[in-house]
Design a protein around this ligand. Structure first.
Ligand code: ZN
Length: 193
C-alpha cells in the first residue's frame, strides 16, 4: 500500500506542507522550497498513508518497539507503532540532551526502530541511536517521512525515507531568486520581505 514519491509530494502540496517560491530560512539563507512537516501530519489520514511506506519497508524485520525524538518524530513513531501493533516511546530534550523520561525504558536486546519526521543533519536520530545502545537494546533501522539531505546522512542501519528532497539554498547576497526579483517570503507569515 506504499505511496510513490509523486503521490506523497502531491499530498505535501495540497496540505500546504511544501511551498514553492522564494523563502527566508531560519539560517538566513534563501531557498526555492519550504517544507513544514506538521502541516501534513495534522491530517491522520495522510499520516497513516505516508507512514505505511516505513512499515512496508521494515516488513520482514522483527521490531519490538518504536522510538522517536520529540516533538516532530512522536507523531510518526506513534503511527508506525500503531500499524505494527508495537510499543511507541519517545526521547525528549532536557537542557540540550535527549533522554528517556516519563518512566520510559528499554530492555537489553529489545529490537528498536527509530522514527523521525524530517532528517536534515540527522542529529536527533544519532542521539536517539546512542540512547538505544546505552540500554543494551538493538537498533534495527531508521524510518522518516522526509530526508532533506537527499540520502547523504547515513545512520549505519537500514533506513527509509518516504521522500528524499534536495533543497537548494542560497546565501542572501548570492541568490538566484533575488536576482530575478522574486518577492522574498518569511515562512509562517504573510509578510513579504
Ligand atoms: Zn533570495
Amino acid at each position: 500500500m506504499s505511496l510513490n514519491e509523486n503521490e506523497i509530494l502531491q499530498i505535501f502540496k495540497s496540505t500546504g506542507a511544501l511551498l514553492e517560491g522564494h523563502f527566508l530560512l531560519t539560517s538566513g539563507r534563501h531557498s526555492n522550497l519550504y517544507f513544514q512537516c506538521a502541516k501534513v501530519l495534522q491530517y491522520p489520514e495522510y499520516t497513516e498513508k505516508i507512514c505505511s511506506n516505513i512499515v512496508d519497508y521494515f516488513n520482514n524485520i522483527i521490531i519490538d518497539t518504536v522510538i522517536s525524538p520529540a516533538i516532530g518524530g512522536i507523531i510518526v513513531g506513534q503511527e508506525v507503532a500503531r500499524q505494527l501493533n508495537k510499543k511507541s516511546i519517545f526521547a525528549e530534550r532536557e537542557e540540550k540532551t535527549l533522554s528517556l523520561r516519563r518512566g520510559f525504558s528499554l530492555e537489553k536486546g529489545e529490537k528498536v526502530l527509530v522514527c523521525e519526521d524530517v532528517i536534515t543533519t540527522g542529529g536527533s536520530v544519532f542521539e536517539v541511536i546512542e540512547i538505544v545502545k546505552s540500554f543494551g537494546a538493538e537498533v534495527v533501522g531508521v524510518g522518516s517521512i522526509v530526508d532533506r539531505s537527499n540520502g547523504k546522512v547515513n545512520f549505519g542501519y537500514p533506513q527509509i525515507s518516504a521522500v528524499k528532497m534536495d533543497v537548494v539554498s542560497f546565501l542572501s547576497d548570492d541568490c538566484e531568486l533575488c536576482k530575478n526579483n522574486i518577492p522574498l517570503v518569511k515562512p509562517g507569515s504573510r509578510k513579504i520581505m
